[in-house]
Write a protein that binds this ligand. Structure first.
Ligand code: NAP
Length: 281
């Protein structure tokens, strides 16, 4: 078994972004809008801020109270859309239930949409056109490619069909010529689909859901899940200790996919800059 080490690949991607920005002589700008005091969101925003500071980005952290209205939130996005020093914008999810998250996401100019969640960018991905792709799925593909894990012709089973992870990952895998099965909570007999997969990706949010008997020998396992256990430790959707002697490669939690997500956010900020430049924005 070999670990798919997100920390190593993250450093490589961050170095690449640094070099590309220097070559373009641009100070990249990223804005993160946070609504309310969700504990997990605080951690994610801190990670993004650290990355932005390490790469010397312009960084705006717009923190709004949990009772902000839809109109107020949209106004904040409109202002950031017009800010020429800001190339990428994201709204940290989840946001409180009284807000319309789809409308909020779609308010971001598509060429600044570094989370790749606007309808336009989702459509571009499906059509295999140049746009901004959600960071976590892009990070998974880049991590697998770094370790020279072939995707073409492989059976890939993804568990989870969220707009942020499962669905865009399915599109990316198809674009890379994999044969994709997308499972979810209504899937009957999940094991039937995970057992035949060369690559299993778990993006569910249920600790240790995937066990040894769910995967075939030599499979590659990508664990996207981040679950906080009672003892405070983080744990994935895969029972790491149970499967480790059966897999060929596996991502650790923490230290796997999560690392890649932050790195791809940096890369998307650079891509957003390029898209803006191309469109004279
Ligand atoms: P989500 O929106 O809650 O989606 C979860 C998906 O899992 C849904 O499609 C759901 O099916 C499916 N599901 C739930 N229970 C299932 C079961 N028993 N069997 C099969 N499928 C089941 O979550 P998400 O945003 O995609 O995130 C998933 C996990 O990844 C979470 O732990 C999250 O914290 C983590 N995450 C990590 C990163 C990272 O950077 N590492 C990034 C994003 C998310 P239905 O559609 O039928 O409800």
């Amino acid at each position: 078994m070999e670990l798919l080490d997100g920390k190593i690949v993250k450093q490589k991607v961050l170095e690449e972004v640094k070099g590309l920005a220097e070559k373009e002589n641009v100070k990249l700008g990223l804005a993160v809008v946070q609504v309310g005091d969700d504990e997990a969101s605080k951690v994610y925003v801190r990670q993004k801020e650290k990355m932005a500071n390490d790469l010397n980005f312009n960084f705006i952290h717009k923190k709004l109270s949990a009772d902000v209205t839809q109109e107020e939130l949209l106004k904040v996005i409109d202002k950031l859309n017009k800010n020429k020093k800001i190339h990428g914008i994201l709204v940290q999810m989840p946001i409180p239930k009284h807000l319309d998250s789809k409308e909020v996401q779609n308010r971001i100019y598509s060429y600044k949409d570094v989370d790749g969640l606007t309808d336009l960018n989702a459509g571009m991905l499906i059509h295999g056109k140049e746009g901004l792709v959600p960071c976590t799925p892009q990070g998974i593909v880049d991590l697998l490619k770094y370790y020279k894990i072939e995707l073409e012709g492989k059976n890939v089973t993804i568990i989870g069909r969220s707009d942020l992870v499962g669905k865009p990952l399915a599109a990316l895998m198809i674009n890379n010529n994999a044969t994709v099965t997308l499972c979810h909570s209504k899937t009957k007999d999940l094991r039937e689909f995970t057992k035949k997969a060369d690559i299993v990706v778990a993006a569910v949010g249920k600790a240790k859901l995937i066990k040894r008997e769910d995967i075939k020998k030599g499979a590659v396992v990508v664990d996207v899940g981040i679950n906080r256990m009672e003892d405070g430790k983080l744990c994935g959707d895969v029972d790491f200790d149970d499967v480790k002697s059966k897999v060929s490669y596996i991502t650790p939690v923490p230290g796997g996919v999560g690392q890649m997500t932050v790195a791809e956010l940096a890369m998307n900020t650079y891509k957003a800059y390029l898209l803006g430049k191309k469109n004279n924005k």
